[in-house]
Design a protein around this ligand. Structure first.
Ligand SMILES: [Zn+2]
Length: 108
């Protein structure tokens, strides 16, 4: 498990999102972003100074997040950058609905 004090991800956010990170000490750290990242199960002292962003910020449900990976040991954590306000989500949904309404979707 990740030290709960590491990173800013809340339990609520963690449970709401699927993750591409596999935490294991039986395999070498690997970075196959955006498909899979193999990370050591625990962060080391190096992780607090050598973290680098992996990929771009992504949104999932109500969260904007980004993976950060340690250059030294490969420990990866998903950092919640911010919570998306409901109003922004509603606006995005409205836009999606408007777009899908005018789009010519063939019958499946
Ligand atoms: Zn590290």
């Amino acid at each position: 498990m990740i030290d709960p004090s590491f990173g800013t991800a809340s339990r609520e956010a963690e449970s709401a999102m699927a993750t591409i990170v596999t935490y294991t000490d039986h395999e070498l750290p690997q970075n196959h972003y955006p498909h899979q990242i193999v990370s050591p199960s625990h962060p080391g002292p190096c992780c607090f100074s050598d973290m680098e962003a992996v990929g771009t910020a992504q949104t999932e449900t109500r969260w904007l997040f980004q993976y950060q990976r340690c250059r030294e040991c490969g420990f990866t954590v998903r950092v919640i950058l911010r919570e998306i306000p409901d109003s922004a989500l509603t606006a995005a949904l409205r836009k999606t609905l408007a777009t899908s309404f005018v789009r010519n979707v063939p019958d499946l």
